[in-house]
Design a protein around this ligand. Structure first.
Ligand SMILES: C[S@@+](CC[C@H](N)C(=O)[O-])C[C@H]1O[C@@H](n2cnc3c(N)ncnc32)[C@H](O)[C@@H]1O
Length: 420
């Protein structure tokens, strides 16, 4: 490891093998063979400790790890999420003495299924040996997820909180964020905080912001709290993230003077609607990158900005929308701050901030965005989310500017540092 202060703080790991010799780790590249990683140098040491406890519990209680071919067994996967936000210990010790939220993915329909007694015993084992009365209090909380599907999808739809505190809080970008196990969570707390620190400075004060692919709204909330924005709209497809967003939003300082909304919808269904009224667009898509409809909308709005008369004819269709499901998706699922939303038609993004975790998809999206002279790339920063390994996994923060003139076609990477 190149730095003692940077570890992965969220890990999803497969559980395979036998009760006597459980394997907990990642798939070897290109296979479904699980590589056991008992002392993973990239993971937070508290995750490694929790894995050790879990293995002991599996062996002592005879819990059957999942057999992917047969579809049998009890424990399929485990997700470990670290919180470094323990205010009962000094700040300097918080990162190292982190606690872990353990989510057990159980191979049954729900907690009434016949193998669920073992789940309760495993929960008790973890709590007795890693909870507040143990020698080393490492377990923050325990969740169960029920999954019987034969697909590769890790989590099922049913979640149950079965031990410890229900809510796990972390500090990101200067705000309290509730990290529920069912919402997307950034895997490297320190690197993500560095990214946010940089990103926030790219948002001019007083902006109207849309945060597409927002998850539980970490980026949108951090911006709302620090940039005196007029509005921040978060757009996310996972309806479960609404709960996490609400909890985090409830801890924002009062009287921010910013209207903050969270919308549960597919960002690719009606991207023009979300871009209208936003002076800054932030996109943080999954590894596969932006949907073509989002790229297309970003190209069109940037060009329309310069050719206002064209915008009218090509973009006003959005306003005349009559389909009820589209209109429903536009309504906020969560609305923070009582300020009435200002009419902001005629405003289109001049700044686009792209956070990428997929290098190949980003290259493709970037090429499309700059290809018709709508955008030019202004700055790029790389953050190492998997330090100390030779695995090439980074997150990149890229800022595009609306090309005000045709001559701005050249790409300028002012602070590009992509070395690992
Ligand atoms: C890389 S995560 C980023 C989440 C968030 N920005 C954060 O930092 O926590 C991508 C998010 O996009 C969401 N997502 C995937 N496809 C989507 C779509 N078509 N429309 C809206 N959100 C989508 C996922 O559920 C996930 O929460």
């Amino acid at each position: 490891r190149d730095s003692s202060s940077e570890w992965r703080c969220r890990a999803k790991l497969a559980v395979r093998g036998t009760p006597e010799k459980p394997l907990i780790g990642l798939y070897q590249e290109g296979t479904h063979i699980v590589q056991d990683i008992p002392e993973c140098r990239a993971h937070h040491p508290s995750i490694n400790y929790a894995i050790k406890l879990l293995k002991q519990g599996i062996s002592e209680l005879g819990v059957q790890p999942f057999d992917e071919d047969a579809g049998t067994g009890e424990l399929r996967y485990v997700q470990m999420t670290v919180t470094t936000y323990n205010t009962s210990i000094p700040v300097a010790q918080r990162y190292e003495q982190a606690r872990v939220q353990v989510s057990l993915v159980w191979n049954s329909r729900d907690e009434r299924s016949k193998n669920s007694e073992k789940l309760s015993l495993l929960q008790e084992f973890l709590w007795t040996n890693g909870g507040p009365r143990s020698n080393l209090h490492v377990i923050h909380s325990i969740w169960a997820n029920f999954q019987t599907s034969t697909s590769n999808i890790i989590f099922g739809h049913k979640w149950r909180h079965i031990g410890g505190e229900a809510d796990l809080w972390e500090r990101f970008g200067g705000v309290d964020i509730c990290l529920d196990p069912y919402s997307f969570g950034q895997a490297n707390t320190l690197s993500f905080n560095s990214l946010l620190h940089k990103l926030i400075k790219y948002v001019p004060r007083g902006s109207t912001v849309v945060d597409l692919y927002s998850g539980a709204g970490v980026i949108g909330l951090a911006i709302a709290a620090s940039r005196k924005c007029r509005s921040v709209r978060c757009v996310e497809i996972n309806k479960m993230s609404k709960l996490s967003f609400e909890k985090s939003a409830s801890r924002l300082p009062p009287n921010l003077g910013c209207t903050i909304t969270w919308h549960n919808t597919d960002a690719s269904a009606e991207p023009i609607h979300w871009l209208e009224g936003s002076s800054v667009a932030i996109v943080d898509p999954p590894r596969k990158g932006l949907h073509p409809s989002v790229i297309n909308a970003l190209q069109r709005v940037a060009l329309s900005e310069r050719k206002a008369f064209k915008a009218k004819s090509s973009l006003t269709k959005v306003k005349d929308e009559k389909r009820p499901w589209i209109l429903r998706a536009r309504e906020p699922a969560v609305h923070v701050d009582s300020t009435i939303m200002e009419e902001s038609s005629g405003i289109w993004p001049e700044t686009l901030i792209y956070i990428s975790c997929g290098w190949d998809s980003f290259k493709k999206d970037c090429k499309s965005l700059i290809s018709n002279e709508a955008w030019h790339l202004e700055n790029a920063h790389a953050f190492n989310f998997f330090p100390g390994t030779d695995r090439f996994e980074t997150s990149r923060l890229i800022k595009f500017e609306d090309s005000q003139e045709q001559s701005l076609m050249n790409i300028s990477v002012a602070h590009g540092f992509f070395s690992l």
